[in-house]
Design a protein around this ligand. Structure first.
Ligand SMILES: [Zn+2]
Length: 287
C-alpha cells in the first residue's frame, strides 16, 4: 500500500459536503483506529498548525458499510512514513512531502475501493457561519480599537491597525460562532497599544463592534473563497466585498456565501487576568 505522493484534492472550500473517491492508503494506529487516505475528499480536517476550525463529522460508505469518520486531521508523508497532526516534522510545501487529509475510522475499506464521503451538512453549515462571523468580528474589532494605537502598525484589509493579527493567541470556531483570546502583554504595548482605561472602555468598544457588524450584515455582502488550486495545501483566502472595500484574509476553512446568512452577529468582550498578563477575549455568536 504505497503512500500517496501528491496532496489530497479537497472540495470543502467550494462548500461541497459529499463526493466519491478512491482509497489510496490505509494504516492501522496503535489505538485500534485506522487511517484512510483518499485521492479526494469533501471532509474538512483539523490542521494542527492553526486548529481554529475543527474536523467535519462524516461517513465513508462502500458496499453495505457506513464507517463513521471519528476524527479527521491533516497528515503528511515522505513516501516512507505517515505523520499526523502535531507529529508532522516539516512545513507545508516541503519538497518530497505530500500533505493529506487523514480520515480516522474504526473499520477501513480496502485500497482501491470506490467510496462515498458524506459530511454532516448541518454541523458544517453551523461551523461555516461561525467562521465567517469570526473573520467579520475581527475586522470590526480592529476598527473599534484603531484609536488605541500610538504607533504605526500593519493594517488589515480595510485599513485599520491589525490588532487581531498582532495580539491573537487562540482562535476557536464553534457551531454558529467563535471564541478568540488576545494577549495584551508588554510586547503589544511596545508596539504602541494603549491598555490604559481599556477595562472601562469595553462597553463602548462592544457597542461599536456590534453596530459595525449589524451594518455589514444588513448589506448582505457576498463571501467567496479564492484558491490557487484544489489541493489541501494550495493557498486559499476568504474574500468579502464589504461596502467599505474588499476584505481578504488567508484562511483554510469553510464559510457562508453571504453575510445575510449570518442573521445577527454579536460579540461579548471580556478582560481577565492570566498570571499577571491581561487576557482579552471576544466571543462571537450568530442568531
Ligand atoms: Zn479563517
Amino acid at each position: 500500500m504505497p503512500l500517496p505522493q501528491t496532496d489530497t484534492v479537497v472540495s470543502y472550500p467550494s462548500g461541497a459536503t459529499s463526493g466519491t473517491a478512491t482509497v489510496v492508503h490505509t494504516e492501522p494506529l496503535d489505538d485500534g483506529r485506522v487511517v484512510v487516505l483518499l485521492d479526494a475528499t469533501p471532509c474538512h480536517p483539523v490542521d494542527a498548525g492553526w486548529p481554529d476550525q475543527g474536523p467535519d463529522r462524516a461517513t465513508i460508505s462502500w458496499g453495505q458499510v457506513n464507517a463513521e469518520v471519528v476524527d479527521c486531521v491533516v497528515g503528511a508523508t515522505d513516501g516512507i512514513r505517515l505523520q499526523l497532526g502535531s507529529e508532522i516534522p516539516v512545513r507545508k510545501g516541503t519538497e518530497g512531502w505530500a500533505f493529506v487529509v487523514a480520515h480516522l475510522v474504526e473499520a477501513a475499506p480496502p485500497v482501491g475501493t470506490e467510496v462515498t464521503v458524506t459530511v454532516d451538512s448541518e454541523h458544517r453549515r453551523a461551523l461555516s457561519l461561525g467562521h465567517t462571523a469570526c473573520h467579520l468580528a475581527s475586522l470590526a474589532l480592529n476598527r473599534a480599537l484603531a484609536d488605541r494605537w500610538t504607533k504605526e502598525l500593519p493594517t488589515d484589509a480595510l485599513g485599520s491597525p491589525n490588532f487581531d493579527q498582532a495580539a491573537n493567541d487562540t482562535s476557536t470556531i464553534v457551531p454558529g460562532g467563535s471564541f478568540d483570546t488576545y494577549r495584551l502583554n508588554k510586547s503589544l504595548r511596545r508596539k504602541g497599544f494603549t491598555t490604559e482605561g481599556f477595562a472601562e472602555a469595553l462597553p463602548s468598544v462592544t457597542d461599536a463592534v456590534n453596530a459595525q457588524l449589524a451594518s455589514w450584515v444588513a448589506a448582505d455582502s457576498p463571501v467567496r473563497i479564492d484558491r490557487d488550486g484544489d489541493r489541501l495545501t494550495d493557498r486559499r483566502s476568504w474574500v468579502c466585498t464589504l461596502p467599505d472595500g474588499e476584505a481578504v484574509i488567508p484562511c483554510g476553512g469553510t464559510h457562508a456565501n453571504s453575510l445575510g446568512e449570518l442573521g445577527t452577529v454579536t460579540v461579548t468582550l471580556e478582560l481577565d487576568d492570566a498570571e499577571g498578563t491581561p487576557v482579552f477575549s471576544m466571543r462571537t455568536a450568530t442568531a
